[in-house]
Ligand binder design. Structure first.
Ligand SMILES: [Zn+2]
Length: 72
């Protein structure tokens, strides 16, 4: 088991079930976010599926994800 800890809510999960829809990243799992400036890489965050959904909710862009428990 390779549990990942969600950096937002602290939940442990094995892997993300959600997938990104469309574009060049179609079919990729989502859950790892990199934060960086224009030139410098800063840090990475892991997000569980719940927080992924809330993130896309926040961005008003839930059409970008498919799979998991999501009913979209
Ligand atoms: Zn989470």
């Amino acid at each position: 088991m390779n549990a990942i800890k969600c950096d937002r809510c602290g939940n442990y999960f094995d892997c993300n079930q959600l997938r990104l829809r469309g574009g060049s990243c179609s079919g990729e799992s989502f859950g790892h976010i990199s934060v960086r400036g224009e030139n410098n890489h800063c840090c990475n965050y892991d997000l569980c599926d719940d927080c992924v959904k809330q993130f896309f909710d926040f961005m008003h862009d839930t059409s970008k994800i498919v799979g998991g428990e999501s009913d979209i």
